[in-house]
Ligand binder design. Structure first.
Ligand code: KG4
Ligand code: ZN
Length: 364
């Protein structure tokens, strides 16, 4: 357990004494500038500035645009978080920041800001892994993580199944996507259906009035030899191509494209594979708790199907509320606070931003 003694800054200065660490977390791995403040496992502020609208016309995140937006948003977002939390920067016990994986230029902005704060405030700095932070954030809503737990992380940039024995030190990959990420598939399919960006929420809404069994789209890596080689891996590019072909054929025939049915059937194919593989992985490992995180965890069908299938196998499912599933600073602060609480050694002030940081490296 954390004690005030452990909040000694890198220059030996002793921070204020509370029973739980007050941690400010910074997230800039993609297009969200997130600054969160937590007191132990209590969320005090979660300020997010998104550049998503600046990328919308390109149908995907443009790295240079994201980096510049982070630069502009950083100071105001830090100020907003402090004001919401009612804390002054000098009160903070530690700074944590996403060190990777993510867009290199975008990560650099957050890491530079975090280093400046740590240096100026003489507080310890924790450079943490973005994926582990997606797992740790659930503690802010549902309390301490079960150990071990099986994490299904699905977003625009990642789709992974992880065995998490200790979110501060032991995160092992069981499987991941071999092509597109799940969120990327939602974004691409939304684009070809003429829906907006990011595509997930649009597909989710359109699917509500469609039939999930209208079209039998393929379930990647779920049959034959694929299962032997890729039991816990995902593939969504074949599904995306199948949807594109189906829509093209329909357009060529002169008939209208039933957008709601295509959206619902596509969404069902993705959620079917994600839940099937997550439950298979949990059963194989003897794990009784599945945690779902990342932007796609906001999907309404994924939540329902996961709960339905898991409870039938005696497995519990935890999903943070949608605002905590998408990228934010609170998740980074949550992981930082857990690092402090478990007495992990802080990162060096010259820590690098690592765009391809492996998931097994939870702390730099
Ligand atoms: O975690 P996140 O905010 O950023 C990344 O690290 O990528 O996830 C964004 C992704 C996008 O691809 C978006 O389309 C998807 O999450 N998403 C959804 C939903 N809400 C967001 N996908 C499916 N259903 C949703 N309701
Ligand atoms: Zn993410």
């Amino acid at each position: 357990m954390w004690s005030p003694r452990l909040s000694v800054g890198h220059n030996g200065a002793v921070a204020h004494a509370t029973s739980e660490p007050l941690v400010l977390g910074i997230e800039t791995s993609c297009d969200e500038t997130g600054v969160g403040i937590v007191l132990g496992r209590t969320l005090l502020a979660d300020a997010v500035a998104s550049s998503v609208e600046e990328h919308a016309r390109f149908g995907g995140v443009v790295p240079e645009v994201a980096s510049r937006a982070h630069l502009e948003a950083m100071v105001p977002t830090i100020e907003r978080a402090c004001s919401t939390a009612g804390v002054a920067l000098r009160d903070v016990d530690a700074i944590s920041v996403t060190a990777g994986p993510g867009l290199a230029g975008a990560l650099l902005v957050g890491v530079a800001a975090a280093k400046s704060l740590a240096l100026a405030l003489e507080k310890p700095l924790y450079g943490v892994n973005h994926l582990a932070a997606h797992v740790a954030v659930d503690q802010l809503e549902h309390g301490p993580l079960p150990e071990p737990c099986l994490a299904l992380l699905v977003s625009g940039g990642h789709s992974s199944l992880l065995r998490v024995a200790d979110v501060t030190s032991s995160v092992e990959p069981m499987g991941s996507t071999i092509d597109d990420a799940a969120g990327e598939a939602f974004d691409k399919v939304a684009r070809l259906l003429g829906l907006g960006f990011p595509g997930g929420p649009h597909i989710d809404r359109a699917a509500a009035s469609g039939s999930s069994v209208a079209i039998d789209f393929p379930r990647g890596l779920t049959s034959g030899r694929d299962v032997e080689r890729h039991r816990f891996d995902f593939s969504f590019s074949g599904l995306k191509t199948a949807v594109a072909r189906w829509v093209q054929a329909r357009e060529a025939s002169g008939e209208p494209v039933p957008v709601a049915d295509v959206a619902a059937s596509f969404q069902e194919a993705v959620c079917d594979v994600l839940t099937r593989k997550a439950i298979d992985a949990a059963l194989t490992e003897g794990i009784e708790d599945i945690l779902i995180g990342g932007g796609v965890a906001a999907n309404s069908r994924l939540r329902v199907l996961a709960e339905e299938r898991a409870s039938a196998r005696g497995i519990r499912v935890r999903v943070p509320r949608p605002g905590l599933c998408t990228d934010n600073g609170a998740m980074v602060a949550a992981l930082g606070a857990e690092m402090v609480a478990r007495g992990r050694v802080a990162s060096a002030l010259d820590l690098p931003a690592d765009s391809s940081m492996p998931v097994t490296q939870v702390l730099v």
